[in-house]
Design a protein around this ligand. Structure first.
Ligand SMILES: C[S@@+](CC[C@H](N)C(=O)[O-])C[C@H]1O[C@@H](n2cnc3c(N)ncnc32)[C@H](O)[C@@H]1O
Length: 238
């Protein structure tokens, strides 16, 4: 079984779509929402923005935050491979006055998005299901899709380096996430997979290197002692 196979990942999120929102919030004690907000605030919303992409957009969890932070009306395109997640996201696309939202049901690694077309890219908790090779392709796509001076911000649950946090972290990954998955889905296996992905992903340091190799200007971001990490930056050349 290849846990990074895109069909495998798509099926996992199709199954999880019924319970993802609540289980995700409960299993992180609300931290995921806080980290989404921090990620969205890494974008400079004062710059001119016509169009942005939310990659691995899930059920549109970042859209409220973008709507609040953004200073200008603009086009926002969510990209997600899972039809079931997109059905849920679709229920909220008309909720925002300042955002003209649409959804592309696409694999972000093989997408038809125009080059140099976006003022920003954001992405929350969508990195862990990519292998290193796939993260390299994703870095290329970020560089290709962004306009010059286009900005990006990603965040993902990460393995803290602080030894004091390792015990609660392992408890969280190996016990709490599957337990909450079991209570909400009657099946802890899918939620156990999320823990496995997080553990293998470690943090955003490697993704930072891949983005830098593409020529992007990148900064590493650490949230709550490294329990989540991110990257932010911009495209500075043609
Ligand atoms: C953990 S969810 C995150 C959803 C949302 N961004 C959030 O903040 O909760 C990851 C999402 O990435 C999507 N995804 C995974 N691999 C993908 C790919 N190759 N292309 C597009 N979407 C993908 C999944 O379908 C899922 O909806």
């Amino acid at each position: 079984m290849d846990i990074y196979d895109e069909k495998f990942v798509e099926n996992l999120f199709n199954r999880m779509s019924k319970t993802y929102g609540t289980a995700n919030y409960l299993s992180s004690f609300g931290f995921t929402e806080r980290w989404r907000k921090q990620c969205i605030r890494e974008i400079d919303w004062n710059l001119e923005i016509e169009k942005g992409f939310d990659l691995m957009s899930g059920m549109g969890e970042t859209w409220d935050l973008i709507d609040k932070e953004s200073k200008q009306n603009h086009q926002l395109i969510g990209v997600d491979i899972s039809p079931a997640m997109n059905i849920k996201a679709n229920e909220r696309i008309n909720k925002y006055h300042s955002l003209e939202i649409s959804i592309r049901e696409e694999n972000v690694l093989h997408n038809d998005i125009d080059s140099n077309s976006s003022d920003y890219i954001v992405s929350t908790f969508g990195l862990k299901t990519f292998s290193d090779e796939k993260l390299k392709i994703l870095a290329k796509e970020v560089n290709r899709i962004l306009k010059i001076n286009g900005q990006f911000a990603f965040v993902e649950i990460s393995k803290p380096k602080n030894k004091l946090l390792i015990i609660p972290y392992m408890f969280y990954l190996k016990f709490l996430i599957p337990l909450i998955g079991k209570v909400f889905m009657g099946n802890s296996l899918d939620y156990r997979m999320l823990g496995i992905y997080c553990e293998k992903f470690v943090d955003c340091e490697k993704f930072k290197i891949y983005l830098e190799k593409e020529g992007l200007q990148v900064k590493f971001c650490k949230y709550f002692f490294g329990c989540a990490t991110g990257v932010k930056g911009k495209k500075v050349y043609a």
